[in-house]
Design a protein around this ligand. Sequence first.
Ligand code: ZN
Length: 309
Amino acid sequence: MRVQRLKRLLLFGPYVAFLVAIVLVIILGALLIRQDQRIDVLEEELGHLTMNQNSLIEKVSSVDSSVDELKSAVGAISNELSLVDISAYDREEKGIVRTAWPKKVYLTFDDGPSPNTSKILDILDEYGVKASFFVVGTDNPEYRKLYKRIVDEGHTLCMHSYSHRYNEIYSSVDAFTKDLDRISDLIYEETGERPVYYRFPGGSSNSVSRIPMSDFIEVLDERGITYFDWNVVAGDATNPMLPAEQIVENSLCDLNEFEEAMILFHDLSNKTSTVEALPEIIEAIQEKDIPIEPIDENTMIIQHYTNTH
Ligand SMILES: [Zn+2]
């Protein structure tokens, strides 16, 4: 029995060993394939990670350049702020003089002559100040004399139409031209000088005229006449009449916004508070050593009309 078993073992032993070896090879092969697959997956993951890293690097650099841009923007803003800071506030304690005040102020009076014109002229004379009067036409001989007084006392006499009636002046270029010539001729008769400055009734940006303002401006251009609007309003055109203190405040509060400030006042019989307010306004401007000047050829052009109207 034992011999037989030994024989069998000898006979089948190699087969068994061979089978075992094959099974082992298969198992090892399978393990190898699995490892390979894992390596593939890991490689893929590594690839993703590298990509992510690259895009992260890109993002970081774009954030970096944004930060740089922000830094330079902040720098520019703080530069401007320091300029504003110096110009907008009194820094007398540091020896920095306020620079935001206008270099010049122009006092302009519309709609005269009136019973207030002489009073205004007297006040201007008292303070040694020259102004600009945008006058309209009148039949009153007493008022007509005022054109000459305005010129003789060194103020600038300017036109503000003859009739000041919007519906007539702005009805046609022809009507506008006739009205313009009429006031120009009247001033020439009374003063011997041709006026060269004009202010449109309602300003050059008025919404009354159905005809483009550029048509009227062309008429002025042909005659070498310059028109002026204003950039500061005394606010004295309102009804009822504005109290003098309010006119003072309105006239002074916006002055520092302009290099050359042109204040609009009204010279009309019912505007007595304008006359009342005038000395305080002049004193406040003179206290700041700002020259008050009449309009001349060096005056900064202040016009509301733009081609987009
Ligand atoms: Zn007017």
